[in-house]
Each structure stands twice: as C-alpha cells, then as structure tokens.
Design a protein around this ligand. Structure first.
Ligand code: RET
Length: 281
C-alpha cells in the first residue's frame, strides 16, 4: 500500500506553532520549596525530641505526628531538587478565517510528589484526629480509605485531559470522597469525643474545625491553579507551602503541646495499639 498524503488539496493544512510554552517554577518557587523543606525538617527534629520526654504509652501522637512531618520533609526535598515533577500537556487550537489554523502546545509542571506525600500524611493526620476522638476501628478505616481515594483520584485529575470528562470527573469523585472524610469526623468523631468529657470535646472541636478549614482550601487552590489555570506555578507552590505548614507543623505542635498538658487526651489504647505496653506507665 502506498501512504496517502494527510493534507488533501481542498483543505488548508494545520500549522503548528513551533515553540511550545513551558509553565515552570522560577527561582521564587524553588526557594519556597527549600524553605518548607527546612521547616518540615526542624519540625521532625522537635517532635521526635518531644517524644523522649513522655512515657512510651503516651507517645502514639508523637510518633504519628513525627512521621507526618518526616514524609513532608522528604517530599519537599524531592520537589526542591527537581524530582517528582511531571508535565501536563494541553494543545490549544486557534481557528482563523482565511489563514490556516494554528495550535500551541502548553506544558505545565505537575508536582506529583505532593500526592505521594498527601497519600501518606493525610491518613496519618486523620489518625491523630480519630484517636483524639476515640473513634472505633471501622470508622477510622472508612475515613482513611476515603481519604486515600480522595488523594489518588486528585492525582488522576491533575493529569486529566482538558475537554474530556477526565479532569473534572476525577475532581468530582475526589470531592465526594472528601465529604465522606468530613462526615466521619464531624458525625462519628464528634459523637464519640463527647463521651470523653467537655475538655477533650472542646479541644477536638477546635483542632478539628481548624483542620476542616485548612483542608477545604486545598481543593479550592487546586481548582484555581490546576483546574482552571488561573494561577502560575510559583503562586501554586507558595499557596500549598502556606497550607502545608499550617496543616502539618502547626497542627502537630498544637496537638502535642495540648496532649502534654491535658491527660484526658490520652489515647484509650486497646488491642493492636497496646501490644507490649501492658505494664508501661
Ligand atoms: C485535591 C483535588 C481533588 C479534590 C480534593 C482535593 C483535596 C485535597 C486535600 C488535601 C489535603 C492535604 C493536606 C496536606 C498536609 O499537609 C486532591 C486537592 C478534595 C484535602 C492536609
């Protein structure tokens, strides 16, 4: 068979804009990533140091919270050194009346290392809150699995094609999963924590409310930056940097310092969590 020419003589050929556009972080974005790496690393050292001052039976929050900032530190190191970054491609076609159509390829950085970080750290953040509330294992599992679904479908959304159901379809699925997470915490968490007394219930309401507000800003930033492309890569990095510092080191410090001065927040350990702790103070 003889290959036929793709451009028939009656239609004008499509002309490519030979220069693709790359949307990348500048020095400002890169410097921000390094700053957050340092903040997370300091938090990791401080939180693990704090765990030495409490008996092993009271270290569960310390361990979980130290792991959270450790994962964040690793992921920020990756992003600051240029790892964990992919490109989202979109081809924009411009139609003209008397001259051939042109199109332009736009490649925008997607920091997928974030989603690896979030898929490990958001379940641990939820675990902190679920333990504080004294929730049962079934509800904890449900909250954590819904949260993992939220992050992984969010990752698919980040690479989803424009003009197909991919991008906003995945985003919608992620938002539904997020509602399941909120539901578990706001309904079951609030219910079980009320049995621990007013002090713990008030603290749970405060730190849970703080978490709800911070977490809800993430999908909003995503919609503006990744979804509708109304924010450049630097602005996206800075927005997530502020949120990550609030959601991890600030959240963690608040939880650990309150835990030290409020013995009622102790995790009521049983079964799995109390293995080997039977005779510990
Ligand atoms: C995405 C996009 C898809 C829709 C939703 C999202 C939610 C993300 C959240 C992230 C929380 C991250 C935290 C990081 C810790 O530092 C994936 C952005 C709902 C809630 C707390």
């Amino acid at each position: 068979t003889v290959p036929t020419s793709s451009s028939s003589p009656t239609s004008l050929p499509t002309v490519t804009n030979p220069v693709p556009e790359y949307q990348k972080a500048t020095e400002t974005g890169e410097r921000t990533l390094w700053v957050v790496f340092v903040v997370m690393t300091i938090a990791m050292i401080v939180f693990s140091g704090m765990s030495w001052s409490v008996p092993i039976s009271k270290r569960l929050y310390h361990i979980v919270t130290t792991l959270i900032v450790t994962f964040a530190s690793i992921s920020y190191f990756a992003m600051a050194t240029g790892h964990g970054i992919g490109y989202h491609h979109v081809r924009v076609t411009e139609q003209h009346e008397h001259v051939p159509d042109t199109y332009k390829d736009i490649y925008r950085e997607v920091y997928w290392a974030r989603y690896v970080d979030w898929s490990l750290t958001t379940p641990l953040l939820l675990l902190d809150l679920c333990l504080l509330a004294g929730m049962n294992g079934g509800n904890i599992l449900l909250a954590i699995v819904a949260d993992i679904i939220m992050i992984l479908t969010g990752l698919f959304a980040a690479f989803g094609s424009e003009g197909t159901p991919q991008k906003w379809g995945w985003y919608a699925i992620a938002c539904i999963a997020y509602l399941v997470v909120i539901w578990q915490l706001a309904v079951h968490g609030r219910h079980t924590v009320s049995q621990k007394g007013g002090k713990v219930a008030n603290f749970f309401a405060a730190i849970g409310g703080f978490t709800l507000i911070i977490w809800t800003v993430y999908p909003i930033i995503w919609g503006i930056a990744d979804g509708s492309r109304n924010m450049n890569v630097d602005e996206e990095i800075i927005s997530y940097a502020v949120l990550d510092i609030l959601a991890k080191p600030i959240f963690g410090a608040w939880l650990l310092f309150t835990h030290m001065s409020m013995p009622e927040t102790n995790v009521e350990i049983g079964g799995f969590w109390s293995q080997g702790l039977v005779n510990e103070g």
